[in-house]
Design a protein around this ligand. Structure first.
Ligand code: DWN
Ligand code: ZN
Length: 423
């Protein structure tokens, strides 16, 4: 298995070590997770002989502002330039986007708003704004996905977000009433530059709505598999509040959603914006809750790391038991998180025979690291595994509904996070 840490054929550095906190700049960082050198979770392989780049996967806690971040930053072009994750595959996420569009529009009491989605992927969210009479524009760095979004009638600029991306948006579509960033803000190294570019495109009465995985949920539900090289930051409200206020912005509303294992939706406005009401109670609720639960110390994170080790031991013991009885196991949902989970457990295709995924672009490829084949769902009825390990546990209901025939013939599901369950 050809794997290299941090170097490519051209011996170009693939990652750099970040020594200061991304939010406050402090160097007082302490490690609480170390997975070793891991492959990139969404970098699927075409063949056994493909070379695989690995990079350290470690999480650091900032003792000054309580933000968590990876110890290294992988060059985004190795992660996002051709991207296999398509938001539209999940009906659950489509429904979530409809709710987000309704909420955002409700802040203005009028329609025909201008909406920009940063990291717009295949336009799943923008389609929800467009059907509500908004003028939409997207921006995404993945050329393959931009082409698909533009083919689907969602005007999308192919670029990474920053000063240049922002000026392209203003040039093409002017200032924006609504700027959204779902599952992208935690992926960027220069968070301050990101916010400063949002200010370049946001109208004075506009709102910036950012959705990020909530680190409180990650700790509470031991969601260690959401830690991978794309996710550079693991946010709490306190460090986000500090970050936005450094740019003269105010959090005006916060809500939580189960999507992707527990996400925060944070609405932010310019300090001078008096047309959108600030819900001070909700901001105070979250900032004090995080302090009350000790999330402004490293203790809960160290405790989670111990619990995750125990979770892994328990899962591997169950797997050994099932295999000793001749049971055959497949996976469902070739997700980034599933990849972390299987590599962290040190598994390969002798343990998990194949992984089903409905994303056409993933089928026929090999899962990074474990090199388990990713296949279409017909394999379940053809190969008849005894168990399905649901790797995309955040979509358990949707996946179980899709595989009813499997459970009808006696097949069982394994869900490993937050607790090992066989149903
Ligand atoms: O931040 C990110 C999150 C939001 O999405 C990105 N960095 C990458 C990605 O992470 P992920 O791959 O862990 O996300 P999902 O959405 O949990 O992945 C689900 C996988 O399961 C996808 O490959 C699609 C697949 N799936 C399927 O095959 N059939 C999902 C559903 C619901 C299905 O019915
Ligand atoms: Zn900090």
């Amino acid at each position: 298995m050809a794997t290299k840490t941090g170097a490519t054929k051209k011996n170009e550095r693939v990652f750099y070590r970040r020594n200061g906190c991304r939010v406050c700049g402090s160097k007082d960082l302490a490690k609480y997770f170390d997975f070793g050198d891991m492959p990139f979770a969404n970098s699927f392989l075409k063949s056994e002989h493909d070379e695989e780049i690995r990079a350290p996967l470690q999480v650091m806690y900032c003792n000054n502002c309580s933000n968590s971040q990876l110890s290294v930053v992988v060059n985004p072009k190795y992660l996002f330039s051709s991207y296999l994750y398509h938001s539209s595959v999940s009906e659950t996420f489509n429904v979530h986007c409809s709710g987000l569009a309704e909420y955002a529009i409700s802040l203005f009491g009028r329609r025909n708003l201008k909406c920009l989605d940063i990291g717009s992927n295949d336009g799943t969210l923008l389609k929800q704004f467009k059907r509500r009479d908004c003028e939409v524009i997207g921006l995404d760095p993945a050329a393959n996905i931009c082409e698909q979004a533009n083919r689907d009638g969602i005007r999308t600029v192919c670029a990474f977000w920053g000063k240049d991306g922002a000026s392209q948006i203003v040039e093409k579509s002017g200032k924006q009433d609504i700027v959204t960033a779902t599952n992208v803000f935690a992926h960027v190294d220069d968070a301050h530059g990101f916010v400063s570019s949002v200010l370049d495109v946001l109208s004075d009465e506009g709102v910036f709505i950012v959705e990020v995985p909530y680190a409180r949920e990650m700790v509470r539900k031991k969601e260690f598999d959401t830690i991978y090289h794309e996710h550079l930051s693991y946010f709490l409200v306190n460090p986000l509040d500090r970050l936005f206020s450094m740019h003269g912005m105010r959090i005006c509303n916060i809500s939580e959603f189960d999507i992707h294992g527990g996400s925060l939706r944070i609405s932010v406005i310019k300090g001078s914006n008096s047309s959108i009401k600030i819900n001070k109670e909700i901001v105070d609720h979250y900032t004090s809750l995080e302090r009350k639960e000790g999330l402004n110390t490293i203790k809960p994170y160290m405790k989670m790391a111990v619990e995750v080790e125990q979770l892994k031991k328990k899962f591997l013991a169950k797997l050994k038991e099932l295999k000793s009885k001749g049971m055959r196991i497949a996976g469902y949902g070739a997700s980034a998180k599933g990849n972390v989970f299987l590599n962290y457990c040190g598994l390969d295709r002798d343990d998990i025979e194949f992984i089903v995924d409905d994303t056409k672009q993933k089928q026929g490829l090999l899962y990074p690291g474990t090199r388990i084949p990713v296949v279409l769902s017909s394999w379940i009825m053809e190969k008849k595994p005894d168990y399905i390990l649901i790797l995309a546990w955040n979509f358990t209901q949707e996946i179980m509904k899709k595989t009813e025939d499997f459970s009808k013939r006696g097949g069982k599901y394994i869900i490993a996070i937050p607790e090992l369950k066989i149903i």
